[in-house]
Design a protein around this ligand. Sequence first.
Ligand code: R5P
Length: 300
Amino acid sequence: MSAENAGRLLLGFPDYSESAQKLARAAGLDFAEIQVHRFPDGESLVRLPERLPEHVFICRSLNQPNEKLVELVLAASTSRKLGATKVALVAPYLGYMRQDMAFCPGEAVSQQIVGNLLANLFDALITVDPHLHRVHRIEDAVPAPFALALTATDAMSDYLGDKLQNPMLLGPDEESQQWVSAIAQQNRLEFHVASKLRFGDSDVTVSLPDADYRGRHIVLVDDVISTGRTIESAIAALKPHQPGSITVMATHALFAGDALARLKNAGADDIWSTDSISHSTNRIGLAAVLAPAISGLWGS
Ligand code: R5P
């Protein structure tokens, strides 16, 4: 740890400890793990180091977010009691961003409510490719004094590199255009964007645009894989065109239920994800993406 980082510490939770430690190393910060005890009734006890420096970065990805949010409330409040004057949340995956409006009367607008909760708890938020749709700016979703949304597309482009011969990138829906085009442009690759109709959580149809897919190495790019149905449907649409191979590249590997098995069964030859969520498909580390943002915060 360098002298200018003496008043700064990165805290991680056991569920994301390995990536949090990599991040601490990349940012030149000391690391400590927050201890979590789950009582038999489901309540959580969190324990932080006894004394904290002025600036504390709590790193936790908010997949499976319900218990994690309560534990973040406990950890952020306790950080201040233990001496931190500024507390940041580094959430490589930020949950609850998709429900940005009430689709039916009476529904909670989760993005706004969870965003306000985090903004009240933390002085800063750093995240990666949050799923923002109708609300476009992270600071509108999480109105903390400082909120920054980084992108994983450079790291994904670098990882893709020349692994495949003249690949063709394909986004499964309109929203994916931003990521697929960024990766394609960096590597000067052909890309296309499909259209998607979603009828329910697990009911998705993807229609491909006209292109010559035969024999090509296709890389399907999306921000989130949750049920896997979007990518599964895209693979099903591609198969009759006899592509040379199908690789899936995603930022946030939620992989709910049997999603991973479904994609393998559908014919995905390879699946690569970033480590925004710890998962067996992780190939692309985000420490180098996140570390400069941490280093630049609060004038280290
Ligand atoms: C939606 O717009 C997102 O970009 C993803 O395509 C979607 O969240 C993937 O969900 P699933 O894996 O459940 O189809």
